[in-house]
Structures are given as C-alpha cells and as structure tokens.
Design a protein around this ligand. Structure first.
Ligand SMILES: Nc1ncnc2c1ncn2[C@@H]1O[C@H](COP(=O)(O)OP(=O)(O)O)[C@@H](O)[C@H]1O
Ligand SMILES: [Mg+2]
Length: 329
C-alpha cells in the first residue's frame, strides 16, 4: 500500500494550533454539547462512536473535531481523503488495515468516486467488505469481517454527497461561521501559543476581517506578526493591525481581491445578475468548485450574494460596499 492514501495534507502550522481536547475547542457550543453526550454514552457502553459527518466551509474546524473525537475515544486516527483514494483496492487496503476501535477520517469525502463509495456501504453498515478475488469466470466474492471502527467524514459540499452515503452516518453536524466573540477567543489562544503580543483592539480588528473562520484568523495573525517584526514593534496594536490588513487588501468585511472581483464582475459584466455559475467562473478565470465551496458561502452569509434558480445576484448591500470601498476590483 502506498503511503499516499494515508496523508494529512494540513500544514504543520494548522496542526500546531489545533486544539486537542473538546474543552479547548472554542465555540460551536451546540455541537460540543451533543458530541460530549454521545462520546460519554458510547464510552459507558464500551462501543465505538457511530459514524460522524462534518460539513461546512473550509477552515472551520472539521479536521480538528475529527482528531478531538479520536483523542476522546483514545483511538488511533487514520487520515485519508476522497481524492487520495483512486481505486477500489486503495479503499480495501485502508479498511482491512484498520484495527479495533480505530477512527478512519476521510476528508473531502464528497470527492470519492462513486464506484469506490459503494464499498463503504457494507463497511459502514455491517462492518463487512466484499473483495473480488481472481479474474474472469473463476472470480469469487470474498466477504471479510472488519474490526469495529468509526468513520468520520468531512466535506465542504454536503449537497454533492450521495444520499445512500449520507444516510449511513449516524451523526451529522453542520459547522457554521463563528460568532465574533468566539473568533476573538481563538485569536487570543493562538497568540498565546505562538508567543505573539497583541492588544484587545487589534484582536477586534482582526476578528472582523477574518471571515469568522479560525484558519483565516490564524493565518492573518501570523501575517501581522511579520508586519510587527519588520516595523520593529514588539506588540501588535490597532494601528498596526489596520494598516497591515489594508496593505493586504483585506477590507473591513474580510473580503479579499477575489471576493471583490466576483461581486464586481457580476455587477459590471452581468448587470448585477442573475448569472449562471459557469459563465461567472469563466469571466473571473477561477474554478467553479472553488467559487462554490470557498468564496460563495461567506458572501452569502454576509448577504452580499444571492443564489437564485436563474443564477447569482449581487445585493444592494454589496453594491454599497463596493462603492464605498476605494479598493478596486
Ligand atoms: N473551534 C476552534 N477553536 C480553536 N481553533 C480552531 C477551532 N476550529 C478551528 N481552529 C483552528 O483553525 C485551523 C483550521 O481548522 P481545521 O479543523 O483544519 O478546518 P477544516 O478541516 O474545517 O478545514 C486549525 O488549525 C485550528 O487551529
Ligand atoms: Mg480539514
């Protein structure tokens, strides 16, 4: 088996800042509360947790929660992803390498090929896997028992998961963008871990421009540290935060160049919409999937973009924002 199929492609930076325990995981209280109950109940029954699916935008804590669950269950977490599993044999190799009570984390599970996905159904439901042994007329199906395991899937695109796969998860959570107060706590926590001095006003400024997404907040915090260092400042204050974020062309809503380009293109080239996603993607020169999974959720959350049956439209609020912003698009 190649090592490629077990691959955690998250950066060391993400891993360092990742909370290890459920109590260190900030925000998403509803999820934490029920997850705690399920973990406790299954622990008492000495059973593995049911299969869990996390969905929501990138950088919001799906991978973090998968590892936290593994830790709370005192299990080994094996990590792979939809695109890394190219053949049926890859998935069969992964499943047969599992040990009792392991957690198997499949990131970007919506990208699993349909053929391969079908192997998962009996594995998730009955703990069995059907292997085809031999070729041609003498080929036989061999049914193997798998150890008890918990599958954790993560996806940015819940809608593109097939319903048979969805139905086999006992626990499904949608992670939403964070509350501003929680993002502030996350920045505070990361600053402490990284040994960065930052005052409250600078944290507030950063929180507003972080798209309420922990990964982005952490990334921008690191950029601010670079600016502080070059300016010979040992502390990040409001002025430094504002100026640096302006230099990075991240506006007060946390929008970057591409966000503004999306809105600007709809407004200028398509008279504000509606415009179909394919036409929009080619006008911008970005990949459709990236637009749908990475950019649109936040623009919709802000009320800047609407998805209608005939296409995407910009809102008045977005038009006002573009007008008031000196930053061009
Ligand atoms: N609730 C949280 N509390 C603290 N840090 C978090 C939280 N959620 C995410 N993070 C931070 O954000 C980074 C990205 O989270 P991750 O779980 O990799 O996102 P996803 O898998 O949804 O793309 C992690 O490295 C972690 O440091
Ligand atoms: Mg992830």
């Amino acid at each position: 088996m190649s090592d490629e199929i077990f691959k955690d492609k998250d950066s060391a930076f993400d891993r360092n800042l990742r909370p290890k325990k459920i109590d260190d995981f900030i925000g998403q209280d509803r999820i934490k509360k029920s997850l705690n109950i399920f973990l406790k109940a299954t622990k008492e029954r000495q059973e593995p947790l049911e299969h869990v699916l996390f969905h929501g935008p990138p950088g919001i804590g799906k991978t973090t929660l998968a590892h936290i669950i593994g830790g709370e269950m005192e299990s080994t977490v094996k990590v792979t992803s939809g695109p890394a599993i190219e053949r049926v044999a890859d998935l069969a190799a992964i499943l047969t390498s599992l040990e009792d009570r392991d957690v198997l984390f499949i990131d970007e599970i919506h990208r699993l090929n349909h053929h391969i996905e079908e192997i998962l159904y009996p594995a998730m439901e009955e703990g069995k896997i059907d292997l085809v042994v031999g070729k041609g007329p003498s080929a036989q199906v061999l049914r193997l028992d798998l150890p008890n395991f918990t599958l954790i899937g993560a996806t940015t695109k819940f809608a593109s998961l097939s319903s048979p796969l969805r139905d086999r998860f006992g626990i499904i959570y949608r992670l939403n963008f964070y509350e501003e107060s929680d993002i502030k706590k996350i920045i505070q926590r990361s600053a402490e871990i990284l040994g960065i001095e930052i005052n409250q006003k600078a944290i507030n400024e950063l929180a507003c421009r972080s798209r309420f997404t922990p990964r982005i907040a952490n990334r921008l915090l690191k950029r601010l540290r670079d600016f502080a260092q070059i300016e010979n400042q040992n502390k990040i204050d409001e002025e430094l935060a504002k100026n640096s974020l302006d230099t990075l062309e991240i506006d007060e809503y946390g929008l970057d160049d591409l966000d503004r380009k999306i809105l600007g293109v709809i407004l200028e080239k398509f008279s504000g919409g509606p415009v179909g996603i394919n036409a929009l993607a080619s006008a911008i020169g970005e990949d459709r999937v990236t637009l749908e999974e990475v950019y649109e959720p936040y623009l919709m959350q802000l009320g800047f973009l609407e998805r209608t049956p005939t296409g995407r439209k910009v809102s008045h609020k977005a038009i006002e924002h573009l007008k008031n912003n000196r930053l061009n698009f």
